[in-house]
Design a protein around this ligand. Structure first.
Ligand code: DOR
Ligand code: ZN
Length: 361
């Protein structure tokens, strides 16, 4: 039996594609291939991969590389720096999808832990493109203060605790312009999985308690959550097995089948899934779905996640061995079949920068 579902214009607004100096972890070609295999039309790439996307020259280097290699459509975030690079905003704003501000420690060197510097970024960032923030715990409250002051749309990435959901639910009730993203690993894994996963269960924000996991599911069912985002952050298995392993897990190819599992178990409706992986991220980032751009998924198909079948260069998954539901049958972009359920059909460079081509005024 099969249950074929068509979802138009799926977007993952939070990925780390690697490439350039980190091409051993993944290339723009390998990781956008993983995006297509995961059903995505488009991905928005974070700025913390060397060379960090924080100057016009670094941005141009990344634009050239991804433009030559990408097989799905894409956008790039610009990164805010602790030495305040806000003077460069006018020169880069037309090429990027938004600004990323790292307010708690993670991979890379873009941490900003002083409120006065954060404030400068909120003041000078042009209001027509979103700000995305990494903010955990009490830091969410600090950022909400800036949202209240400047009223600039702010997407809170990878929210992982009941406490953070509480702050952001209140902010929404207050009418602040905010959205909430949650990652599949914070929904399907908890701190109880760390002993057996080891470094493969290590990411920022870290895995949390069962009570937090339940609070995230509850927030989704109440409609408080806007986006499911993978935070796809591949590191090689060899790096993960080192004494001080880097944080981050791949996720582009497992997000939709994990949501399919939730559909199968009655935890989510199809309408909720479409909103979380397609309609809401397109709306938040002002992305118009091009004509004939959609994904066909068989939501009756059950399978076990196996590293052999992944396109991501890192070749492992924290969900390996899990039984999930939903096979990507085809992906179409602008009337062209780009994935047939097994192979990538689009040539390198097929993907376009959405911030040049698809912005809704
Ligand atoms: O675990 C993480 N890894 N969290 C992040 O925020 C960054 C990412 C990476 O780039 O490796
Ligand atoms: Zn991230």
């Amino acid at each position: 039996m099969s249950r074929l579902v068509k979802i138009s214009g799926m977007v993952d607004p939070h990925v780390h594609l690697r490439g350039l100096e980190w091409s051993h972890k993944g290339t723009f070609h390998s990781e956008t291939s993983a995006a297509l295999a995961g059903g995505y039309w488009a991905v928005l790439d974070m700025p913390n991969t060397p060379p960090s996307t924080v100057r016009q020259s670094g941005l141009q280097t990344k634009l050239n590389a991804i433009d030559a290699e990408a097989v799905c459509d894409w956008g790039l975030y610009y990164g805010a720096t602790a030495d305040n690079n806000s003077a460069t905003y006018p020169s880069i704003i037309d090429d990027v999808c938004g600004l990323k501000i790292y307010n708690n420690a993670t991979t890379g060197d873009l941490l900003i832990d002083t409120q006065t510097i954060r404030e400068q970024h909120f003041r000078y960032w042009p209001a027509h493109k979103p700000i995305a923030v990494h903010a955990e715990g009490e830091t969410v409250v600090d950022i909400l203060q800036l949202v209240r002051q400047y009223r600039k749309f702010t997407h809170f990435c990878h929210i992982s605790t009941a406490e953070e959901i509480g702050y952001l639910s209140a902010a929404k009730a207050e009418g602040l312009p905010v959205s909430i993203g949650i990652c599949p690993h914070h929904l399907y894994l908890s701190e109880n999985d760390v002993p057996h996963l080891g470094a493969l269960g290590r990411m920022k924000p870290e895995l949390k308690t069962k009570a937090d996991v339940n609070a995230l599911w509850q927030a989704i069912s109440e409609g408080v959550v806007d986006v499911i985002e993978s935070d796809h952050a591949p590191h090689t298995l060899a790096e993960k097995l080192m004494p001080t392993p880097p944080s981050g897990v791949p996720g582009l190819e497992t997000t939709l089948p994990l949501l399919g599992l939730a559909l199968h178990e009655g935890r989510l409706t199809l309408e909720q899934i479409v909103a979380l992986v397609a309609d809401n991220p397109r709306h938040i980032f002002h992305l118009a779905c091009p004509p004939e751009t959609y994904t066909l998924i068989d939501f009756e198909y059950t399978y076990i996640i196996d590293r052999q079948n992944l396109h991501t260069r890192c070749g492992w998954s924290p969900f390996e061995g899990m039984r999930v539901v939903g096979k990507i049958i085809e992906v179409w972009i602008r009337g062209q079949k780009v994935y047939n359920g097994e192979q990538i059909l689009a040539p390198s460079g097929f993907g376009r920068n959405l911030c040049h081509n698809s912005l809704i005024p």
